[in-house]
Design a protein around this ligand. Structure first.
Ligand code: PLP
Length: 394
């Protein structure tokens, strides 16, 4: 879209009764305001002279220790401070990995569709993305293997494989245990690093939690893991972390010196207290309750209103449902009409590394009020039905 078109759309998006399923935003009700207010006061009172000062590029050592305890508890990842770097959101980690792994036109394997911010980060580093199809069990690893074999025959192996195994953005799909094991085997056999991006792992509403790839990485050398406080605390503090082999951490450190010297020292102190006091373990179950209800409401509304020839994912966690409409409908073209009718979404094309997914859309269920979810899905269904009538020749 050209900037003028975006401005045109934003005019409608700021209408008072506009319903947005577009942004990937947490619900403000999940922000632990009272606890954070107390923590912020304490950080200023007790550690103000450090928290308001420049800090280490790699991150606050105490925070890294708390992160290592947290990932052991939540993901059974055994790690140490030397393998952790604190980043300004996990987005910075993604950009950094693109920068250090990719030389011009090097290839990498990604899920299709994949996270739009990863596409930007890899494009910014001139990476050539090789998209591999997904189904409801995540990326189809047999296809990854076929692709690796054909690339190896041309001595052109990808530099890494990027996956979001839990409640993927944008599809909501979760990578099955069998496929995780297979992916680990491929990584070990062909010596291709895996980049595991896990912002949503804790937002689990149904089903079993499946072990992270990083917890299966016996040598610690094959998987680089990206985590964030954005969905389990709040995104505004911009704190994420990367757990990686020491060589990768040291390269990221050098890059970070050039990017921002360090992540916000103040935010890191707040995140440290949030972990040390165990507030996170009280907050996440509340967020899970809030979002589980919203997911169920959206799934029911889709069942009640969406055209019968559409399909959608049934995520066990995370923030998104991925809906696919009749292939005659182009969701990018339909977006303007939908916004004029008061509902926003993100069209499938935004998540496509190769121009596919033009009949799909990502629907966020965490941000809107419960009643808005029902009203928004009903309105969106009407838009789709009207557009389908026009798309079908008489
Ligand atoms: C898959 C994925 N990775 C990374 C990010 C970046 O998150 P942050 O920079 O807030 O940590 C997001 C944000 O929505 C995401 O969905």
């Amino acid at each position: 879209m050209k900037p003028s078109e975006i401005r045109e759309l934003l005019k409608y998006a700021s209408m008072p009764d506009f319903i947005s399923f577009g942004g990937g935003m947490p619900n403000p009700l999940s922000f632990p305001m009272n606890e954070l207010r107390e923590i912020v006061d304490e950080v200023i009172d007790v550690n103000g002279k450090y928290a308001l000062q420049y800090g280490n590029t790699g991150g606050l050592p105490d925070l890294k220790t708390e992160i290592s305890k947290m990932v052991l508890k939540t993901e059974k990842i055994k790690t140490e401070e030397k393998n952790i770097i604190v980043t300004s959101g996990s987005q910075q980690g993604l950009y950094g990995l693109g920068k250090i792994f990719l030389n011009h036109s090097d290839s990498l394997i990604v899920e299709s569709p994949t996270y739009v911010g990863a596409i930007s980060a890899f494009n910014a580093n001139a990476g050539k993305m090789i998209p591999i199809e997904m189904d409801s069990e995540g990326i189809i690893v047999e296809k990854v293997e076929e692709k690796i074999k054909s690339l190896k025959a041309n001595s052109n192996l990808p530099r890494f494989i990027y996956v979001i195994p839990n409640y993927q953005n944008p599809t909501g799909h979760t990578l099955s245990l069998e496929r995780r094991k297979h992916l680990m085997e491929l990584s070990e056999t062909y010596q291709i690093p895996l980049v595991e991006d896990n912002p949503y792992g804790e937002l689990c509403y149904s089903g079993e939690k499946i072990p992270s790839l990083k917890s299966m990485d016996k040598s610690g050398e094959n998987v680089t893991y990206l985590g964030t406080f954005s969905k389990v605390m709040c995104p505004g503090l911009r704190i994420g972390y990367t757990i990686a082999p020491e060589a990768v951490v040291s390269k990221l450190n050098l890059l970070k010196q050039a990017l921002d010297l360090s992540s916000s020292t103040f935010s890191q102190y707040v995140a440290y207290e949030y972990l040390k006091k165990g507030v996170i373990y009280k907050q996440v179950p509340k967020t899970v309750e809030l979002y589980r209800k919203k997911r169920n409401i959206m799934l029911k509304a889709l069942e009640d209103y969406f055209p019968k020839n559409s399909t959608w994912s049934k995520p066990d966690g995370g923030m998104f449902i991925w809906a696919t409409l009749d292939k005659k409908i182009n969701t990018s073209e339909m977006l303007k009409t939908s916004i004029e009718n008061g509902v926003g979404y993100v069209s499938g094309l935004a998540f496509s590394p190769d121009g596919s997914h033009t009949s799909s859309m990502r629907l966020n269920f965490t941000f809107s009020e419960d009643e808005e979810i029902v009203r928004g899905i009903s309105k969106l269904s009407n838009t789709i039905k009207n557009v389908s009538v026009r798309a079908t020749p008489a």
